[in-house]
Ligand binder design. Structure first.
Ligand code: GFB
Length: 314
């Protein structure tokens, strides 16, 4: 894959897709192929076929998916299952049918068993029960991994699958109902600091542990693996370090300058107690995360403030 390759980034406007586009543009890629949701509904098989026949991409980053935090997943399982199955099935099948040189699929750390031994190794997939709050999403993503492996086995199709940990960064979703914890807390603490609110409510007990990888690191790993990895075995992508939600809240309070009280609402779900990824396979392949969490959150907060100042919808 080089600057003149025809590269399709599905989901180019999302958190991951926009980071992959930034990373490829930084290398001077001339032939990036993207399609807005209005122009191409990835759930529409016929439209996908026509798109691949017309655009003839050589490489595909499948970064399009219906994603959300613990509340969105727990309350809209039908959408998470149907949309993700439709999107990935259409893109993977059309990519194979039109002779794409390589496709990169993205899973998630939440597809591993709820009580997997920590840190989680790739071979723990499908060895235990899933976290109920996002089971629909996890099963859809597991089906996507299986489809990549089946197309490689039956047709020799070079599809690779990455398992990123919880991601954050510019382009994230800051809607308090559908977002993940990190952007939600950035917004909550920012607004509380601005309004002088006496406390910020944090969902759950604050005890669960999460690992956070900046999306620019993920994009770098995706381009690295698209170029250098060609196996059906999944690869974890993370930092190898985690912290409690309470520690994360304290860090974001400090970064946003909030000095009020942190209140924990135990009526809200904690979800998986921990999902720290074992990243030794990726380290052996020659890649390590570079963006430290505090610096990454500061950069994300800066981006959030710039968007709010320009009144861009975030
Ligand atoms: O990031 P999050 O929504 O998803 O929640 P998961 C992580 C933890 O943060 C949970 C707590 O224990 C939440 O209760 N939390 C505290 C909050 N305050 C908040 C808040 O204001 N908003 C949110 N959203 N959480 C997701 C999966 O699990 O992981 C998805 O549901 C996806 O499918 C994603 O895979 C990577 O990390 O628990």
């Amino acid at each position: 894959m080089d600057a003149h390759s025809r590269i399709y980034v599905a989901g180019h406007r999302g958190l991951v897709g926009s980071a992959i586009v930034r990373r490829l543009e930084s290398e001077g890629c001339q032939e990036l192929i993207t399609a807005s949701r209005e122009r191409l509904d990835l759930r529409d098989e016929g439209a996908m076929e026509e798109f691949f026949a017309r655009e003839q991409p050589e490489f595909v980053f499948l970064a399009a998916a219906k994603v959300g935090g613990i509340l969105a997943n727990a309350s809209r399982p039908a959408e998470f299952l149907r949309d993700n199955l439709a999107i990935q099935t259409n893109v993977i099948h059309s990519a194979w049918k039109h002779g794409v040189s390589k496709l990169l699929f993205l899973g998630s750390s939440c597809i591993y068993p709820k009580f997997a031994p920590q840190p989680i190794r790739e071979e723990y997939l499908l060895t235990g029960e899933l976290e109920p709050t996002n089971q629909a999403y996890a099963i859809a993503k597991i089906a996507g991994i299986q489809m990549c492996q089946a197309y490689r086995q039956q047709y020799g199709f070079p599809a690779i699958s990455l398992m990123p940990t919880n991601l954050y960064g510019p382009g994230d979703n800051f809607n308090l109902e559908s977002s993940h914890v990190l952007p939600a807390l950035v917004r909550k603490f920012h607004e509380a600091a601005e309004s002088g609110a006496p406390e910020v409510v944090i969902w759950g007990t604050g005890a669960p542990r999460r690992e956070f990888l900046h999306v620019d690191d993920l994009a770098d790993a995706a381009v690295f693996l698209m170029r250098s990895y060609d196996s059906g075995e999944i690869v974890n992508v993370g930092t190898g370090r985690d912290l409690t939600i309470a520690e994360l809240a304290g860090l974001i309070a400090r970064i946003t300058g909030y000095r009020g009280k942190l209140a924990f609402d135990a009526s809200r779900p904690d979800g998986t107690p921990r999902k720290l990824l074992d990243v030794s396979r990726l380290a052996r392949l020659g890649w390590k995360a570079r963006i430290p969490l505090e610096e990454g959150i500061r950069r994300t907060y800066q981006w959030y403030l710039e968007q709010a100042a320009s009144h861009t919808r975030i």
